[in-house]
Ligand binder design. Structure first.
Ligand SMILES: [Fe+2]
Ligand SMILES: [Fe+2]
Length: 346
């Protein structure tokens, strides 16, 4: 009885939200040749090139030593906090300490986000029919995420095990958000982009600017290589499925995606209160660095230029939804092509 009621609720929410209503549609989807080909290419690439968290990271190499007083933890000026006068005026030892905490907090939050991806991803896969190539590729992706989580957690354990990562309210909402993988997969794939795009952006910018500590650089290089496939799949999935969503669900996707973008990027970029206390980061500095200033606004806009391009192409940024992008501070010029350098993208 309880199970039946839950299924009815799930079916109703899915129908309203425009999920592919897998629970009530027994037939196989129509052939999707170009899309299937993309999935086959992604799946084969996942078999050809993949990484193992404990074989492919030189954890114990001498140059990877994670000493607490290592100057390589000092934040680069490319980081908004690293460039701020408060950080610049700190004694060298405090710069190292704050930098070590900040970098590890971002890594830990990345690991928590990827655990959410596993949670929702397995719920999504439960509904995929036999023979659908989405199953194989997405399972490859989840396999890769398990190694990313292992890498991020091992880094956290070695470098700064005191960090907390994402804010408590967000951690408590994760089990609920995971249900979107089954109930409203289009929003779940938008949430995947809300986490993967900022992480990828920050990692690429750090590597372009010359890198950080070599252990983190090695982890970021592995992550960037595999995330290219993941981000490509999320874009392809939305291109394939968003056009057939019902109007209510398209409208909801257009309005809720900017919210997911803002919450996701803030959680990854801005240290949670617990981590700010650990770092000794004053509230006024937090407001100046990540508040309403022009640098923070520009940084936020840059993170989602690719998603704006995707949503424009899908007709999901319209006069009825555009306000949400503006209000949440993630509006701006769309990228002209995927991974366009941010200095010209927005
Ligand atoms: Fe990942
Ligand atoms: Fe990923």
């Amino acid at each position: 009885m309880v199970v039946q009621t839950l299924r009815s609720i799930g079916g109703y929410v899915g129908a309203v939200a425009g999920s592919p209503v897998r629970m009530i549609t027994p037939t196989r989807p129509a052939p999707r040749r170009a899309y299937d080909e993309t999935l086959r290419t992604l799946s084969e690439a996942s078999v050809e090139k993949y990484f193992n968290a404990f074989k492919d990271v030189d954890w114990d190499a001498p140059e990877m030593a994670t000493d607490e007083d290592d100057e390589r933890w000092i934040l680069p000026t490319l980081d908004l906090l690293g460039a701020h006068p408060w950080y610049q005026s700190l004694p060298r030892a405090r710069q190292i300490e704050v930098g070590r905490h900040r970098l590890t907090a971002m890594v830990k939050t990345g690991s928590q986000f990827e655990q959410l991806l596993l949670l929702g991803g397995t719920q999504f896969l439960m509904g995929v029919e036999n023979g659908d190539p989405e199953f194989r590729y997405f399972m490859h992706e989840l396999t890769e995420e398990t190694h990313h989580i292992q890498m991020f957690q091992e880094f956290t354990n070695r470098v700064c095990p005191d960090v907390v990562g994402a804010p408590g309210w967000l951690m408590r909402s994760i089990p609920l958000v995971g249900h979107l993988g089954a109930l409203y997969p289009a929003l779940f794939f938008a949430i995947i982009l809300a986490g993967e795009e900022p992480i990828d952006h920050v990692q690429k910018e750090a590597m372009r600017a010359g890198g950080t500590h070599p252990l983190l650089d090695q982890i970021m290089a592995i992550h960037i290589a595999e995330e290219a496939r993941h981000i490509g799949f999320a874009h392809a999935w939305l291109e394939e499925h968003a056009p057939s969503l019902n109007p209510v669900s398209r409208l909801a996707l257009g309005i809720l995606t900017p919210l997911a973008m803002r919450l996701g990027s803030d959680a990854i970029i801005i240290p949670s209160r617990a981590d700010r206390e650990l770092m000794g980061l004053p509230d006024e500095v937090v407001r100046e660095v990540w508040g309403t200033g022009p640098e923070a606004a520009a940084f936020r806009r840059h993170l989602f230029a690719d998603v704006r391009m995707l949503f424009d192409n899908l007709g999901l940024r319209t006069p009825l939804t555009r306000w949400s992008w503006r209000v949440l501070g993630v509006d701006g010029r769309p990228a002209r092509f995927r991974a366009e350098p941010p200095t010209v993208a927005a």
